[in-house]
Ligand binder design. Sequence first.
Ligand code: 6LW
Length: 541
Amino acid sequence: MSTDTARAATGAAIIRNPVLRGFYPDPSILRVGDDYYLATSTFEWYPGVTVHHSRDLVHWRPLGGILTEQRLLDLRGAGDSCGVWAPDLSYADGLFHLVYSDVASFSNGYWDPQNYLITAPDIAGPWSDPIPLHAHGFDAALFHDDDGSCWLLAMSADWRPGRERFRGIEIQRYDRARGRLVGDPVTIFTGTAAGYTEAPHLYRRDGWYYLVTAEGGTSWEHQVTVARSRALFGPYEPDPAGPMLSSVGRPDLPLQKAGHGCLVSTPDDRWYLAHLVARPYSPLGKCVLGRETAIQAVRWSADGWPRVDGAVPAAEVPAPELPAHPWPVSPPTDDFDAPVLAPVWSTLRRPATPDWVNLHERPSHLRVHGGQSPAGRQRPSLVARRVAAARCVFETVMEFRPASHRQVAGVTGYYNVDNWHFAYVTRADDGRRVLDVLTSDGGRRRCYPGTEVDVSSADRLGLRVVFDGPELRFGYDLGDGWRELPVTLDATILSDEHAARVVPGEPEAWGFTGAFAGLWVQDIGADGGYADFDHATYREL
Ligand code: 6LW
């Protein structure tokens, strides 16, 4: 038995995958001293680019997100699954460097993936104004070479009909002192037969440059491909043993879609791969939890290739021999006593600013000023958190006095503009305050007979959404205990697979995010409506 296996057998230190549960895809991992950071994609949600921190690779704590203000990111009008793709964290000259793509479109063969760089002396900021890089392709990443030179890698997109849209990985010099790209881009790798070559990260070890890429597309065929070269510009030779990691052809594995990876080493030269996975509810079924982040142990072969045991994602991985560093467990209830939203919260398409997300106007409450209708992409008022387990409950107590049918508030199981379930309160034409359920499935609304409840008597109304694997139910509490609304809903419409619309040859919509549970307030007539939430609780069942 190897030392690692023995440690795993004794339950000593084990990395349990996924380490980040729920929608945390496209990880970039970085070590600075004894601190490890994971940055993940956020698409149309603020804060843009979520960061988690660890001292032992086992325990991770959320630090919130980096792109918290419109100065750093403007998501007004962003399409579903557009916005922030594939961040890359690096460290040089005493500065954290964060590169990210803000993808404005992807349709009909086009992307508009504007890449930006920001820097900060501390992971907590303050972050510089964004430096626009190029928009040649997404998944941009910096490589700081040993001689002090700095390079921008990215996938390279081709809009021309009939061409390979993923042209390969290009590299271009970045002048850190002058803050701009210099020289011409060079394509250094066009990938293997798996295709869709993207997500480049470059490392240097024992005289080799190692190029880690993702291939096969970010779904069941996803994989991590490693290629190496003696020279920066190549030629890069892919590992003759095949992909470093993939779950393709192994629907029996609990962790699927393994790909989009990034390497890190400990101070004693142990290597790990952070990568993307998904946990479908049935083999190759719907992924309501979105794409998540996992970590694998990496061994270097005698001839110098980084490998993962069996080249498949393991659910449990021996941890490095580092002092255990657990973090305080965050309580399930947020009483909204803090002056700012806790790191678990996200907001849709606009940052959490006090003009609409207010923790002061009514002490110990979250006041959410209503925003646009569910179709509005400029000013929606949705405060939500990731669904991180197949079975969980999200509940709140709401006070809401709708002045008309145009004021609507409640709890939602939400995927994107087209796919959501909503238990909402509004005002009926006869003046009653009513609770009801509405679904949007693929952009088509659906309501249910017999679900309306008169809640006029309850100034404080308990509301909850229960995710029970493939089923979703709403409940309410008028002050005398929880009751269920009499309809069982399909939770799997809140999945990456359901959101994606791929007509032959042409993806029309992608599902890159994952399900959220949230507090949603609509003031469709812009009359100044708001709702107060006394607390919100998230529990796994
Ligand atoms: C990510 C890229 C990808 O940036 O999906 O299909 C993007 N490819 O690697 C969104 O996760």
